[in-house]
Design a protein around this ligand. Structure first.
Ligand code: GDP
Length: 432
């Protein structure tokens, strides 16, 4: 490919534990994009979007679907649950009946199968108190099958004989595990086969070679958004292992999970909230509890901080510079999008975690998970701005104390804030 003529690919990824507001930011930026690609993860997380059609929780669909002229791609790095995807499209059409969703699905993407969900739930039950807080969408068993080379790629469902023999072999082993490890009912591979065969029409309509498609469109100057799921702190290598997801949540993986040349990704926008929230287990040093937590949880997000997929109350806390800097740097962020500034307007003073105390020593560096469990947050306190700011559209018009808070975060992270969001709706965005 000639690098001179290439279009731009911008990754929109999370700097924290997920739920940073990537869906909203992608929905806004998609207005100027040609293609939006999901490159990892599956139906386990949700992106909440409020726009002219209403409120939507997207799980597998890329957040560019609300524009008629944007092509949306589910990339090879994702975990595709076809049944759930069909339901998700139906749900979107309930709110936006005339929306013409332009969706392509990569032919190499692998499929989430019934035993993935089953094993996810059985394993969390077996772990009891040591559970990871899985959404039980089958993600860990799915990626396990992929990397032990037993997963099924979407292209395989178009050859019945081949598919049947692959499933027969796969379920011989799966059933041994179900029966002997978990004492659970076995799965009839023929039912799985028949269900997949029912989806060949749907899949056939959307099937593409995404990598080829993207390379072609990059070389003719198209703008591409690569939309991440969850955040850097849930990355299996750079996150809070083992309390992580099973696919790489980093922009670096977008090249692999979407099938674009790494050098085509020229911008990396790391999204972070003006406070912290986290679904699921694992260390969260600036977490708060009791009344301050319930107050922040109720005021946060678009209708409180509750999981878009599970409805679970999210753990909440103050902004954590140490974790966010680690997350943003791991992402290779060229810019930050700060969301949820409006949420802080009730606070008299706003605590920001600027360092940790671990084993009696102050550190500004992120640490291994078992050390994070012992870390105590060290706070600086900034004055609250105490007024509603959702109507403001220019940085210059923000109250001085709100500006100071934003600049404090920017300086401490060391990456420019290029977008500032002050409400869940599409137009609630401040020009920097
Ligand atoms: P994602 O997975 O990163 O897209 O994030 P989620 O959609 O799971 O969670 C983000 C939550 O914050 C959703 O409820 C959004 O509607 C909401 N949100 C996004 N930006 C803002 C903002 O600037 N202010 C407020 N109050 N809520 C926001």
């Amino acid at each position: 490919m000639n690098k001179q003529n290439q279009g731009k690919a911008k990754a929109i990824v999370g700097a924290n534990w997920g739920d940073e507001g990537k869906g909203k930011i992608t929905d806004i930026l998609a207005a100027d994009a040609d293609i939006v690609v999901r490159f990892q993860g599956g139906a386990n997380a949700g992106h909440t979007i409020l726009n002219k059609y209403g409120k939507f929780a997207l799980h597998q669909l890329p957040s560019g679907i609300f524009y008629d002229d944007v092509v949306n791609i589910i990339g090879n790095g994702c975990a595709l649950n076809i049944d759930a995807l069909i339901k998700e499209i139906e749900k979107v059409h309930e709110g936006a009946p005339n929306l013409d969703i332009k969706l392509l699905i990569d032919h190499r993407v692998q499929l989430t199968l019934p035993h993935h969900m089953l094993l996810d739930s059985l394993e969390d039950t077996r772990r009891g108190e040591r559970e990871f807080g899985s959404t039980k969408s089958g993600i860990a068993p799915f990626y396990s099958d992929k990397y032990i080379k037993e997963g099924i790629q979407l292209n395989e469902i178009f050859d019945g004989t081949h598919l049947k023999s692959r499933l027969k072999y796969l379920y011989e082993k799966v059933n041994l595990i179900l029966k002997h490890v978990y004492n659970a009912d076995e799965v009839d591979y023929m039912q799985v086969y028949e269900n997949l065969c029912r989806h060949t029409d749907f899949a056939g309509k959307h099937l593409t070679d995404a990598s080829l498609y993207l390379r072609k469109h990059i070389s003719c100057g198209k703008n591409i958004l690569l939309e991440g799921q969850l955040g850097a702190l849930r990355d299996p290598d750079f996150g809070i292992y083992p309390y992580v997801t099973s696919s790489h949540t980093l922009a670096g993986f977008a090249a692999v999970g979407a099938g674009v040349p790494p050098y085509a990704i020229t911008d990396i926008l790391a999204v972070t909230k003006a406070y912290s929230s986290c679904v699921g287990a694992g260390p969260f040093v600036s977490e708060i509890f009791d009344k301050p937590a319930s107050e922040l949880r109720e005021k946060g997000g678009d209708a409180g901080e509750y999981g878009a997929t599970t409805g679970r109350p999210r753990r909440v806390g103050y902004f954590d510079v140490v974790a966010t800097r680690h997350g943003a740097v791991s992402q290779g962020a060229t810019g930050l999008a700060l969301t949820g500034l409006d949420v802080l307007s009730y606070m008299d003073e706003i605590p920001v975690c600027v360092a940790y105390e671990i084993n009696g020593k102050r550190t500004e560096d992120f640490a291994y998970s078992y050390l994070l469990d012992r870390a105590k947050p060290i706070y600086e306190y900034l004055p609250g701005f105490k007024q509603d700011i959702r109507h403001i559209r220019k940085f210059a018009d923000l109250p001085e104390k709100a500006k100071a808070y934003v600049r404090f975060i920017e300086e401490h992270i060391g990456i420019p804030i290029v977008m500032l969001s002050n409400g869940p709706k599409r137009d609630e965005i401040i020009e920097m």
